[in-house]
Design a protein around this ligand. Structure first.
Ligand code: 5GP
Length: 190
């Protein structure tokens, strides 16, 4: 692999991008590694600190912003911050691997703009907003208010799909995973 590469998976929450990213990590364990983001939101369900996210207090998060420790960061939901730590990304590049991101749409585009052709930006689309809402409900991890917030955000995000290099419609998960394998393999070849 020639350059330090980034593979960005962005999508509305509930579109299945996390499942696709996990599939890719299992398929290409020697070539790609997950960038663990920092967040100020509380841990959810079976999530683990240092595996799913680095869970920080709002104060700790703000301090890292002031120290310029983030490649990008955002207030994804009111009062809840998420960000990509420079140190995480560098650590993975040092191993000779590409970094894969599971990140919201704005953050994804931010990274794409910074890294241009060294970044592959993939947008995962849900088949419809209605199905997205259903998936969020079935996941049973979000309150009705949180689901409403995520759905409202998804409606806006879908409009930005054309700014990405590739988009994948996740209707049948196996098919979406195969398509993801194909685009990632192609990108890593060059
Ligand atoms: P969740 O709370 O469901 O884990 O994540 C909420 C949203 O934040 C998702 O769309 C997720 O992709 C996004 N996110 C996770 N990490 C980061 C990050 O480092 N930066 C940005 N901008 N968004 C992130």
């Amino acid at each position: 692999m020639s350059a330090n590469k980034l593979i960005i998976f962005s999508a509305p929450s509930g579109s299945g991008k996390t499942t696709i990213v996990r599939h890719l990590l299992k398929t290409y364990p020697n070539q790609i590694e997950f960038s663990i983001s920092a967040t100020s939101r509380p841990r959810r369900g079976v999530e683990e600190n240092g595996k799913d996210y680095f869970y920080l207090t709002s104060e700790e998060f703000k301090q890292k912003v002031l120290n310029h420790e983030f490649l990008e960061w955002e207030e994804v939901y009111a009062g809840t911050h998420y960000g990509t730590l420079k140190s995480e990304v560098q650590k993975i590049w040092n191993k000779g691997k590409a970094v894969i991101f599971d990140i919201d749409v704005e953050g994804g585009l931010n990274l794409k703009n910074q890294f241009k052709e060294d970044a592959l930006a993939v947008f995962v689309m849900p088949p419809s907003i209605k199905i997205l809402e259903e998936r969020l409900r079935l996941r049973q991890t979000d309150s009705p208010e949180s689901i409403a917030r995520r759905v409202a955000k998804a409606e806006k995000e879908l409009k930005t799909a054309e700014l990405f290099d590739v988009f994948i419609i996740n209707e049948v998960l196996e098919e979406a995973c195969s398509k993801a394998e194909e685009v990632v393999q192609n990108f890593l070849k060059h």
